[in-house]
Write a protein that binds this ligand. Structure first.
Ligand code: SIN
Length: 306
């Protein structure tokens, strides 16, 4: 790797490099651990957790699209206690920061999960208020500033010294309105974007391709939307940002950082290439070195708007 200091800070947590993996695309790391040392990553955002185990939505729940995928997984997961008992000890074998992603049906559920995860010693908690595929919680919180703020306050009150990062939805008119609300409620960081609501229809059966009719779009198709939203949010609030949405190359990660992200998460690209985050990290390091930078962090917020 080129001689560039790749370390970045995210809400007081030092990542050894800015390239993380996005929640819901990496499970709890077990499968990818067969490919490389998980300690190579900046951080692992674990599969989204709920208070109790969930089976998720019925299939089909994944469909390809031009330059992306639609998913309506519906938060399938083993529940927060199983994560603490089984998955977190597995991840702790590696020298990597662990970010737990949580979704609740009520603000109280977010509080209970934060308490459990803080006690278990995760490095950061990502509060998901933006899942487009569930009836309760999810987007209902992420599209209304007062509810987004309430969930943030409750999470902060129960997370102890563990930083709280709120994951924002792009399915809003003005993402800065929600960003300001959660910043005002005490969030330590923001992550964005979650998926964009979308739909595909089989023209022969006339049925939607996904059983839940709609799903969330991710992959390279959404990168310009994500970069634009990171840029807008970075100007609106003074919080570190974990940028995600369509990152599959080092230059994509650099765009996110220039727009204002302190770190980036690779997600959908993992399904085509399990090594994508490692490649993105190396490409980012080469890009930074090629520009004569000593530290990757020099990219953060460096865009020169016209
Ligand atoms: C899902 O499980 O449906 C996706 C999670 C999310 O988009 O937050």
């Amino acid at each position: 790797m080129p001689d560039v200091d790749m370390r970045v800070e995210l809400a007081g947590v030092t990542l050894k490099n800015p390239v993380c993996v996005a929640s819901g695309t990496f499970g709890f790391g077990r499968e990818y651990g067969a490919f490389y040392d998980l300690g190579e990553l900046g951080a692992i955002c674990a599969k989204g957790l709920t208070l109790h185990r969930r089976e998720g939505n019925p299939g089909p729940r994944i469909a390809e699209t031009p330059m992306g995928i639609l998913n309506s997984v519906g938060l399938q997961n083993p529940g927060v206690d199983a994560f603490v008992e089984t998955e977190l000890p597995f991840l702790r074998q590696y020298d990597v920061k662990v970010i737990a992603n949580i979704s609740g049906n009520t603000p109280e559920e977010y509080g209970i999960m934060c308490e459990k995860l803080a006690q278990a010693g995760v490095d950061l908690i990502e509060v998901n208020i933006s899942c487009p595929n569930v009836k309760a919680g999810g987007l209902a919180y992420g599209t209304r500033p007062e509810l987004a703020a309430e969930v943030t306050q409750v999470a902060k009150a129960h997370a102890g010294s563990v930083p709280v990062m709120v994951k924002l939805s792009p399915n809003v008119t003005d993402i800065t309105e929600i960003a300001r609300a959660v910043a005002g409620a005490g969030a330590d960081a923001l992550s964005l974007i979650n998926t964009l609501r979308g739909m595909r229809i089989d023209v022969n059966t006339r049925r939607p391709v996904l059983k839940m009719n709609t799903g969330g779009l991710s992959g390279p198709a959404v990168l310009p939307v994500a970069v634009r939203m990171v840029w807008e949010v970075a100007q609106a609030v003074d919080l570190p940002i974990l940028g995600m949405g369509g990152v599959s190359k080092g230059a994509d990660a650099a765009q996110m950082m220039l727009a204002g992200a302190s770190a980036v998460a690779v997600g959908t690209a993992l399904f085509a290439d399990p090594y994508a985050p490692i490649r993105v990290r190396d490409e980012l390091a080469a890009l930074a070195a090629g520009q004569g930078l000593e530290r990757a962090a020099e990219l953060i917020g460096g865009v020169k708007p016209w």
